[in-house]
Design a protein around this ligand. Structure first.
Ligand code: DX5
Ligand code: ZN
Length: 224
């Protein structure tokens, strides 16, 4: 297993104390901060947009991983980049001109991510995979934090990882939804490089410790 990255998700934090959440991320072993934008159209929920991302960006010293669960994301790529996004992920299901949208993201200087809903096959990315920096495999149906991990995701991660290896690509695989200490090792073994973790981190008594333990999976120290 290569070194993996942990991306706690702001969605599960206390919105009344955003600065505390950012400070926690800054002081933890988290690698990225995952920010979920929901539009009430692609997904049945509305979360937050650019003003919150800009505010977080002012204080956060980790890369911002912005997950756009919205229709017509191409209209707002520049604004999300200006708000501070380092990785911008759009959903395959919302992009009829996916190749163009990926180029649009890269032109801003951000890394380009493409997310797949649980029912969307990884084969659909075959013709565009070399252009994608990050493939985000949803392991729940997008729209809410705190849902149960869908185990059919594991073979899907493996299938994508085989494609990446066979084609000698540098695309990294991120997994989002229901990930925590109980399943992180299986997700990493299947080929994930980035673990998004919302509830398992922010609803824990000691979020910094959970981040450290997620980060330590696969390292010898965990065996001690
Ligand atoms: C779900 C979001 C996730 C969410 C994960 O639609 O994309 O990023 O914050 O939360 P947990 O880890 O609680 O499933
Ligand atoms: Zn997400």
């Amino acid at each position: 297993m290569k070194n993996h990255l942990i991306a706690p998700s702001l969605l599960a934090a206390d919105f009344l104390h955003l600065a505390d959440a950012v400070q926690l991320i800054n002081e933890s072993e988290a690698d990225w901060f995952h920010l979920d934008v929901m539009d009430g159209r692609f997904v049945p929920n509305i979360s937050f947009g650019m003003p919150i991302i800009s505010a977080v960006n002012k204080m956060c010293n980790k890369p911002l991983d912005v997950h756009l669960m919205m229709v017509e994301p191409e209209k707002y790529i520049t604004q999300f980049r200006d708000a501070g996004a380092d990785v911008i992920t759009v959903h395959y299901e919302t992009c009829p001109h996916l190749h163009r949208t990926i180029q649009q993201i890269k032109d801003t200087g951000a890394k380009a991510g493409v997310a797949l809903n649980p029912h969307t096959s990884v084969d659909l990315l075959d013709d565009v995979l070399e252009s994608i920096d990050v493939v985000l495999i949803m392991s729940v149906n997008p729209g809410y934090g705190g849902q149960k991990f869908i185990y059919q995701t594991i073979p899907k991660i493996k299938k994508l990882q085989e494609k990446v290896i066979t084609r000698n690509l540098s695309t990294i695989i991120e997994v989002d939804g229901g990930v925590g200490l109980q399943n992180a090792e299986a997700v990493l073994q299947a080929g994930a490089r980035v673990l998004v973790a919302g509830s398992s981190v922010f609803k824990a008594d000691n979020p910094v410790d959970v981040i450290s333990r997620l980060k330590a999976i696969g390292k010898d120290t965990l065996m001690a």
